[in-house]
Design a binder for this molecule. Structure first.
Ligand SMILES: [Zn+2]
Length: 212
């Protein structure tokens, strides 16, 4: 039997999304982005385990000095980074043509705004590109929810320990470094946002990609 998606290769996998059989290559390439994979799919789960290893590998390819800085940030604020990455994942699922460059521009604008804020200057940089601006607003909202959690929706662990000034910039800089690192590793236009879209479950769990 042939795969119902490509019509070419042998259909070796039972796909719970379409209740049909598909080939492993289509399963790997199209999962989450083109197939509405349920989180219970064992192939998806195995894929996410591989993804966590890829993430560690990409992180490991950063220049030594940067790697130390970013690994420390990830250790300190895993929930905050997961919130930022989850936000990008949802944006990618909503917008099929969202690329890493949009995420990069949005993060750069926020880095500028947040660095200015840390210096006591309130000046919100915005983008004229609606795609970039859409992402920027969502990440800004995520930043605010991490920094000033309302009662009952705080990120576990952050409220007690506090979220120091400068930490937001560190977390954004982490995401910024990974956008470039994924691009360098995989060469695709949307390597990082695609990765995030596939990795995070539909419902936010607050879990980081790498357990601290
Ligand atoms: Zn196929």
């Amino acid at each position: 039997m042939k795969c119902i998606l490509c019509g070419e290769r042998k259909a070796k996998r039972e796909c719970p999304a379409g209740r049909a059989r598909i080939c492993p290559q289509c399963c790997g390439e199209k999962r989450v982005l083109e197939i509405a994979c349920p989180d219970s799919c064992p192939f998806l789960e195995a894929g996410r385990e591989r993804d966590a290893r890829s993430y560690r590998k990409v992180l490991g390819r950063l220049p030594a000095r940067d790697r130390e800085i970013h690994e420390r940030v990830l250790e300190r604020y895993p929930e905050a980074i997961a919130r930022l990455e989850y936000t990008l994942a949802r944006q990618r699922i909503r917008q099929r043509d969202l690329a890493d460059r949009h995420a990069r521009d949005a993060v750069d604008l926020l880095l500028e705004s947040c660095r200015a804020e840390d210096a006591g200057i309130v000046y919100e940089r915005t983008s004229e590109d609606p795609r970039v601006e859409g992402v920027r607003r969502e990440i800004r909202a995520a930043v605010e929810s991490v920094r000033r959690p309302r009662e009952g929706e705080g990120m576990p662990g952050l409220r007690d320990s506090g979220f120091p000034s400068g930490a937001v910039v560190e977390c954004l800089a982490f995401v910024r470094a990974l956008i470039d690192a994924f691009g360098a590793e995989y060469g695709a236009d949307s390597a990082y946002v695609d990765f995030l879209a596939r990795f995070f479950p539909g419902e936010e769990t607050g879990g980081a990609i790498l357990a601290p």
